[in-house]
Ligand binder design. Structure first.
Ligand SMILES: Nc1nc2c(c(=O)[nH]1)N[C@H]1C(S)=C(S)[C@@H](COP(=O)(O)O)O[C@H]1N2
Ligand SMILES: [Mo]
Length: 506
């Protein structure tokens, strides 16, 4: 009964979320529980999900990882609901209290807890009244269903004294109820799925009407190499939210406080009104496995924090900024980094359109040379402090610097042209990307099978902060091949992470 009622609650909530943007408790409760778990457990879970989704779907692992998380969240919700139902039945069995009021009380309590979670995660999208009414109504419905079923089963036991007829009556009741619940669940889920189709970022993309800055580059990518410019839709997404926080552009403020002459509140228009800065940036997740797709390149638009610095009016003792996100994420950035590097920016657009909610609307931070774990999305507050502090992931045991490591990937292995000599002297093309933060790539080398390392050609990158597309000609005979790649940073430092190898049978 508990499981059935929870399934129904999940389906109804899902419909409410997809159609009206109401809270979706299964994801939100899960995210909240993950927040309060100790770092090592969360890290272990994330890494397991990444490893499993990479094994299952190496080409679409970002999406696969999010799906796995969502399945876990719903599973956790169903288990908790089933457990609560079981407990309620057990307790009521030893007392003679009517079950319906007990169910309502438990439902209301769970509703209250859920609302607290929604508030804590900043996911109250339509206001306290509407979201609160919805959460209470759905959870009370859950409690009422469990309680009512419990009462009915008791009455059946009391009425049907003969053992056989009691069994039949109970079974009939349960089958009827399961049928009704499962049908409603099915309708709710399908309707929600249809209603919640992908919403594209509004506005015209910059890339739709502009040539890339390296359009005239002499070296062109080998067919099969990943697009040099990642579309917003295919950019990976990684964060600790199964559902992103709800932020309204009109009421959003960037609050600057702490060690400042006076606190300051900036609106989105204040920030968009200042001189914009555009940068082509490759963003990567520290959890990206060798050859994985948790890396992407787009055009970021925002305001340089260096230029904003005078307006922040930091006091002399301020050395760091604690940058806080609506989802509880935070990162600590040295004022010195901002003073040294004008590229550090508050970004509000990707590819010419406002950031999508998944990618941090309305504001996110860009810091050159570090992994995504150091680049908060959904920023809402900056606090000036006089010391360094570990950020969200660093506090959970992740690498303190988070500096991007040099990496290179083989994307394509293509046999090319007609073969001469009975297929022995076939030539082939291999290609891919290499990236080392903003430290540039000076050389990429490829190795065919167990052969010698050969130097690849490098395409001029979109910027010094983006990956470099490389290509190389290799003699490819028919058969099984393994192509391995390695790169060197601008100053010649060799890649130290594991080399990527791609295999192909020609
Ligand atoms: N507020 C917030 N910002 C965040 C995160 C998060 O969980 N919460 N995850 C970080 C991590 S680990 C990465 S890799 C990048 C990913 O950005 P993207 O989802 O836009 O690709 O966001 C970073 N910023
Ligand atoms: Mo990440």
């Amino acid at each position: 009964m508990g499981a059935l009622a929870t399934l129904l609650l999940a389906a109804v909530s899902y419909l409410g979320w997809k159609v009206l943007g109401l809270p979706f408790a299964p994801f939100d409760v899960f995210d909240w529980v993950v927040r309060v778990l100790p770092g090592p457990i969360v890290t272990f879970a994330i890494e397991s999900v990444v490893v499993v989704s990479h094994a299952l779907r190496p080409a679409g692992m970002a999406a696969a990882a999010k799906n796995a998380e969502q399945i876990l969240a719903v599973g956790f919700f169903l288990l908790t609901g089933a457990g609560a139902g079981l407990l309620l039945f057990r307790v009521l069995r030893v007392s003679d209290e009517p079950a319906l009021p007990a169910g309502l009380i438990v439902g209301a309590s769970f509703g209250g807890l859920t609302l607290f979670v929604e508030h804590d995660l900043n996911r109250i999208a339509l206001g306290w009244f509407i979201d609160g009414a919805w959460v209470f109504a759905t959870f009370l419905g859950w409690g009422a269903l469990v309680g009512w079923a419990c009462d009915r089963l008791r009455r059946i036991s009391a009425q049907e004294t003969a053992i056989g007829s009691e069994k039949v009556a109970r079974r009939r009741f349960l089958i009827g109820l399961s049928g009704a619940t499962l049908t409603t669940t099915g309708i709710g889920s399908v309707w929600g799925m249809l209603a919640g189709g992908r919403r594209d970022a509004p506005g015209e993309r910059w890339s739709a009407s502009h040539a890339l800055p390296n359009a005239a580059a002499a070296v062109s990518p080998v067919a099969g190499t990943r697009p040099e410019f990642t579309s917003i839709e295919s950019h990976y997404r990684i964060d600790t939210n199964t559902r992103p926080p709800a932020i309204a552009a009109s009421s959003w403020r960037l609050r600057i406080s702490g060690l400042v002459e006076r606190t300051l509140e900036l609106t989105l228009d204040d920030i968009r009104g200042a001189e914009p800065m555009h940068q082509f940036v490759t963003l990567a997740c520290v959890s990206n496995p060798v050859g994985g797709d948790l890396i992407g390149t787009t055009r970021w638009t925002g305001i340089s924090l260096q230029r904003l610095l005078p307006r922040l009016a930091l006091t002399r003792s301020a050395t760091h900024l604690r940058i806080r996100s609506a989802d509880g994420f935070f990162e600590v950035l040295a004022v010195e980094t901002i003073a040294r590097d004008e590229r550090v920016m508050l970004a509000y657009a990707w590819d010419g359109v406002p950031l999508t909610i998944e990618h941090g609307f309305p504001m996110r931070l860009y810091v050159p040379d570090v992994y995504g774990m150091k680049q908060p999305k959904w920023i809402e507050a900056i606090e000036a402090i006089d010391h360094w502090e570990p950020g969200y992931w660093v506090a959970r045991g992740w690498d303190r610097e988070g500096r991007m490591q040099a990496t290179s990937v083989v994307d394509a292995i293509e046999a090319e042209g007609a073969s001469s000599n009975g297929g022995r002297d076939r030539s082939g093309l291999v290609g891919g990307i290499a990236h080392a933060g903003v430290r540039r790539i000076s050389k990429v080398e490829v190795r065919l099978d167990a052969g010698q390392w050969a130097v690849a050609q490098l395409r001029e990158p979109l910027s010094e902060a983006t990956w470099v597309v490389w290509r190389a000609d290799v003699p490819l005979e028919r058969g099984d091949h393994a192509v391995t790649v390695r790169c060197f940073e601008g100053d010649g430092t060799p890649q130290t992470t594991a080399f990527h190898t791609r295999r192909r049978t020609l």
